[in-house]
Design a protein around this ligand. Structure first.
Ligand code: DX5
Ligand code: ZN
Length: 223
């Protein structure tokens, strides 16, 4: 079944804990934490202290998306703060091999992300070492943008290569995921959908989560 990772970037930051708890109670599989440094992307969001505060109070799978330069430097603090999965960008300056090794040495899952302009084949050298590839379907930096349809083909290319190698790789897609774009991603081979606005800006986040699952062909659950 498709997994949903609501992006807390779209949540009400004055009630962050409650909003995250509500998303989890509504059946979210994990929480997507968008970390932006104002340099790799032209926006600044949140960082280690916010993740540490959330993970201390709210047991969950923390899906941490680093949109920062020099991610290797920040692997240890984010892992200590409670990241379950740490995803960094191929386009960031750190050496991908060393960064993946550092994440694994901290006992966490490693993800590699690519911006819309990076071809899917760029992740191929690293596939055997990764738990996840994150395909960006918007330019990273802001929530609420329009889904770029080229992401669908990129998901399919990476899924085909992972299947050819017999890998249990998970593919996640992030940006502009809503009721119409979610099924396209699922059908192309995505396992995890990130959704910010579609969940937290909906009048009823619980219903939005259920509707996204339903759009991807899952039977409605008790949630
Ligand atoms: C964009 C972030 C996304 C974003 C998704 O840089 O990585 O996770 O918050 O937000 P929506 O779902 O609103 O496009
Ligand atoms: Zn993200």
């Amino acid at each position: 079944m498709i997994k949903l990772s609501p992006s807390i970037l779209a949540a009400d930051f004055t009630r962050l804990g409650e909003s995250c708890a509500a998303a989890l109670n509504a059946g979210a599989d994990m929480l997507h934490i968008d970390v932006m440094d104002g340099s790799f992307v032209p926006n600044i969001s949140l960082g280690v202290p916010v993740l540490a505060a959330l993970s201390a109070r709210l047991p969950a799978f923390y899906d941490v998306h680093l949109m920062i330069r020099h991610p290797l430097q920040y692997v240890a603090p984010f892992c200590e703060a409670g990241a379950s999965l740490l995803t960094f960008h191929l386009e960031a300056e750190s050496d991908p091999w060393r960064t993946i090794r550092a994440i694994h040495a901290a006992g966490r899952k490693a993800g590699l992300s690519i911006r819309p302009g990076t071809p899917p084949e760029a992740v191929f050298p690293y596939l055997n070492e990764l738990e996840l590839v994150l395909v960006m379907s918007v330019e990273p930096g802001f929530g609420g943008q329009k889904f770029l349809p080229q992401a669908v083909e990129k998901i399919a290319v990476i899924r085909a290569e992972a299947d050819r190698r017999g890998l249990a790789l998970q593919i996640e897609v992030d940006g502009g995921v809503n009721l119409s774009t979610a099924p396209l991603c699922k059908n192309a081979g995505a396992d995890i959908l990130v959704a910010g606005s579609a969940v937290f800006h909906a009048p009823h986040p619980a219903e939005a989560i259920a509707a996204l699952r339903c759009a991807c062909g899952a039977a409605p659950s008790a949630h």
